[in-house]
Design a protein around this ligand. Structure first.
Ligand SMILES: Cc1ncc(COP(=O)(O)O)c(C=O)c1O
Length: 373
């Protein structure tokens, strides 16, 4: 059997990782400024994470959601405290798209409405509802087309007001910082006004923090820069440092109903043990503070480099936009300088390193990046 060929691949096979570095099968070391799509939060092969996962799988890897799972409860308790949403509840699933899928459904169960407002250049995943609120038409299959979604420009509060005043909307879904859209940061004032509009019209505010959350922005959630609270928050990627897991964080105003949401694998013992270890490491090693500090240094340094159109970001979520396509720069970065980076569109490089990126790693990146310009 062949693999279904949907990914354009670099001819590199990564077989090992440590901290902010990965190694291919020939032993070449790469500086990882991408964290495998913003997934590696506490660093590759962190010993505490490895131990937590190894110990757990040796004891019990999985049992179903029909019995008490003390690890889920410990994770919820810890996450509530660390993220500042202590009074909210947690539902665990397996991927970012699935978290958004459940958020959109729960909002609709809650208020009985159908329409969703989303933003231009958004990305929320590939499943039925998640892809429909994604502003990339080529990802939407005919079978996904039924749902009623409208898109407005990010930061356009008048457009939001016009739409929500119709009284037909169930929810608004917005990324804490748009990732695939090119590291676009919603204005704090816009987020506050959006919160007020959702309250006014009884619309559920869903914050997709799948890429921008879990400390990446220098705060636990990017929307916390605006000092607002969301009704539903989705998390994935960094939650378990590469083990597939996601979560939906739910305001106390939602009443749980048996059977309304469910999953086989979600919240399994192995994932929970890894996710608890991730939060312990984030706290112990002050990784959110590190993301804020090293990210601020990087942003400042990169803004000083000539030839870039714009540098945007918060913490360790940084976009480097060029006037021209970045394909050649990225090729040089990877094959000549041995640095992994990501893209957004044709002209923007995305930096999403592990949150443990050191000042020395950041300086090394800047040195290698300058050689590619
Ligand atoms: C903001 C955002 N939402 C949702 C998703 C979908 O997550 P997954 O690929 O785990 O389904 C992504 C993935 O890149 C994302 O960046």
């Amino acid at each position: 059997m062949n693999l279904f060929d949907v990914y354009p691949l670099f001819p590199i096979e990564i077989t090992r990782g440590k901290g902010c570095h990965v190694y291919d099968k020939e032993g070449t070391e790469y500086l990882d400024l991408y964290g495998g799509h913003a997934v590696i939060s506490v660093g590759h092969a962190h010993p505490d994470y490895v131990k937590a996962i190894s110990d757990q799988v040796a004891q019990l890897g999985f049992y179903s959601n029909s019995v008490v799972n003390g690890l889920q409860r410990r994770l919820a308790e810890k996450l509530g405290k660390v993220c500042g949403y202590d009074d909210y509840a947690l539902f665990l699933i397996n991927s970012g798209a699935e978290a958004n899928e459940n958020a959109l459904k729960l909002a609709s169960f809650h208020n009985g409405k159908k329409q969703v407002l989303a933003f231009k250049h958004s990305f929320h995943g590939r499943t039925a509802a998640a892809v429909k609120v994604t502003d990339i038409p080529k990802y939407v299959a005919p079978v996904n087309e039924g749902m009623e979604v409208n898109f407005v420009e990010l930061n356009d509060i008048d457009a939001v007001r016009r739409e929500l005043s119709k009284g037909t909307y169930s929810s608004v879904i917005i990324e804490g910082i748009q990732g695939i859209g090119g590291i676009q940061i919603p204005d704090d004032g816009f987020m506050q006004a959006l919160r007020a509009e959702c309250d006014k019209h009884d619309v559920v505010l869903i914050l997709d923090e799948i890429q921008s959350g879990y400390g990446r922005s220098g705060k636990f959630f990017a929307h916390q820069y605006a000092g607002i609270k969301a009704d539903l928050i989705t998390v994935a990627k960094g939650i378990c440092n590469g083990f597939p897991m996601s979560g939906l964080i739910i305001s106390p105003k939602f009443t749980p109903v048996y059977g309304q949401l469910g999953t086989t694998f979600g919240g399994n013992h192995l994932g929970c043990a890894g996710a608890i270890a991730v939060l312990d490491i984030i706290e112990k090693e002050h990784l959110i503070e590190n993301a804020a500090k090293v990210g601020a240094w990087l942003l400042n340094e990169l803004k000083g480099i000539k030839g870039l159109k714009e540098v945007r970001g918060r913490g360790l979520m940084i976009g480097l936009e060029f006037e021209q396509p970045i394909k050649e720069i990225r090729r040089k970065l990877l094959f000549e300088q041995h640095v992994f980076t990501g893209v957004a569109g044709t002209n923007t490089i995305r930096l999403l390193p592990p949150l443990c990126l050191t000042q020395a790693d950041a300086e090394e990146f800047v040195k290698r990046f300058k050689k590619c310009l």
